[in-house]
Design a protein around this ligand. Structure first.
Ligand code: SF4
Length: 447
């Protein structure tokens, strides 16, 4: 059983969707470095596209995404024009082959169905792409119907990721997102009828007023709709950074012990109901490609979370989208107007980021393997980067501190999280992070 350790569970730690994390991005990296990284993508390299849609029909109080009200159709039309222009600029500069496209936001279905379908068609014909790329779309079930599902299926969408969060009505009231079970069930039926059968549900624990019965009830109802993946995220309350969260009653938030118990309850229930635990916050049915990648030891982690996509580049399109190349992380202009001005001026939209040198790549590799597999052989990782295992020596005091509390086992350079230590894997990963020296306050708590 995992152990609740108050001092560790409350300690902030990055989620490590990249290394270095976005907190380390700076203005010295921009469009010039982005252009060089694009040009260096070798022919045939698998490329994952991420497309950011910064609109929602209704804004939820807990949301940490870069999004805003959907606004007038003309504004969306201008954004779509800019996105297409950016896509054309990017496609002209790189020679990789697109294997997947992920639409996130915001809520991509804040766009009209015909506009989103047209954008998908534009991307599939502008980039060199495999015949049937995986195309995943994040959806807000409150504003989705069967006609929209049919349009997405016709455009080639293969996976829908539904923001569900909780089915508990009183918790929904407290987070400003009213979305009854029947609505989600109807959306699921519409997607399946249209032929989109791969479904991911995003659920949350640690929400205001949420108790164990709410978590258990939501999981029971969610599992009854048979999604093949479930992501279970802990709510991160950071109202100083995210003003919209000030609408949430902080006094009603579960404490750290309750959050821990909710996370463990979800894990036990989902495993009992046939899901495999993937990384630290995902669950997937054994036949799902994410489970199979985890079983084969080839699970990856990027800005979309845990993924079974092959290594290669992730190219972000749209305001605030982040691109990941082997030697560079770069983020587009966050504000829509600035993003549009850059693209209309003929420039790429990257404005901040960080170069990944040999040391960052090696450390990032160790962090990724530990988060994906729960274990890592540091000598093997260092060897792959042409370095001795001793390159990780500075991490050992922290690692041994966790080993002394039976949270992980260390055998020479081989490290494996124990069952008791499993929830603290982000803290173990932080041992390899050369940037963590007091700036941890910008991150959510480890559990
Ligand atoms: S629908 Fe999703 S992206 Fe939009 S505000 Fe709500 S949580 Fe955020």
């Amino acid at each position: 059983m995992a152990s609740f350790l108050a001092d560790l569970a409350a300690r902030p730690a990055p989620r490590y969707t990249s290394y270095p994390t976005a907190a380390e991005f700076g203005p010295s990296v921009g469009a010039a470095a982005q252009g060089e990284a694009l040009a260096a993508v070798a022919p045939g390299t698998p490329v994952a596209l991420y497309v950011h849609v910064p609109y929602c029909q209704a804004i939820c109080w807990y949301c940490g995404c870069n999004t805003g009200p959907a606004g007038k159709p003309e504004r969306q039309a201008r954004y779509l024009d800019t996105l297409k222009r950016e896509a054309g600029m990017v496609a002209a500069r790189m020679r990789g082959r697109v294997v997947s496209i992920h639409f996130g936001g915001g809520s991509p279905n804040a766009l009209r169905a015909k506009d989103l379908a047209a954008l998908i068609g534009f991307l599939r014909t502008t980039f060199d792409s495999v015949e049937r790329p995986e195309i995943a779309v994040e959806l807000d079930p409150r504003f989705f119907d069967a006609a929209y599902a049919a349009a997405l299926a016709a455009a080639g969408v293969t996976r829908a990721c539904l923001g569900v969060q909780t089915f508990a009505a009183d918790v929904q009231q407290r987070i400003g997102r009213i979305q009854p079970y029947w609505r989600v069930a109807e959306v699921v039926r519409g997607l399946r009828y249209a032929g989109i059968r791969h479904l991911t549900f995003d659920l949350m624990y640690g929400l205001p007023g949420q108790g164990p019965d709410d978590v258990a009830g939501t999981i029971e109802q969610a599992v009854g709709l048979h999604p093949d993946r479930i992501a279970m995220f802990g709510y991160a309350h950071m109202p100083a950074l995210l003003p919209r969260q000030r609408a949430i009653d902080a006094a009603a938030l579960p404490d750290t012990a309750a959050r821990f118990a909710q996370s463990e309850l979800a894990r036990v229930m989902l495993i009992e109901r046939g899901y495999d635990a993937i990384g630290f916050d995902h669950y997937a049915r054994p036949a799902d490609s994410l489970s199979q990648a985890a079983a084969r030891g080839v699970l990856r982690r990027n800005f979309q979370g845990f993924t079974d996509e092959p290594g290669g580049a992730v190219i972000g399109l749209g305001a605030s989208a982040i691109s990941q190349y082997d030697g560079l992380l770069v983020q587009n202009e966050k504000h829509e107007q600035n993003y549009r001005a850059r693209i209309e001026g003929g420039m790429l939209a990257g404005c901040r980021g960080i170069a990944r040198g040999a040391d960052e790549r090696m450390r990032g590799d160790a962090i990724e393997r530990l988060l994906c597999d729960g274990r890592v052989d540091l000598a093997e990782v260092a060897g792959r980067h042409g370095r001795p295992a001793a390159a990780f020596a500075t991490a050992l005091p922290q690692i041994d501190g966790l080993a002394a509390r039976a949270l992980l086992d260390r055998d020479g350079w081989a490290i494996a999280m124990t069952e008791a230590g499993r929830p603290y894997v982000r803290l173990a990963a932080a041992a390899f992070d050369a940037w963590r020296d007091g700036s941890a306050g910008r991150f959510s708590q480890a559990v």
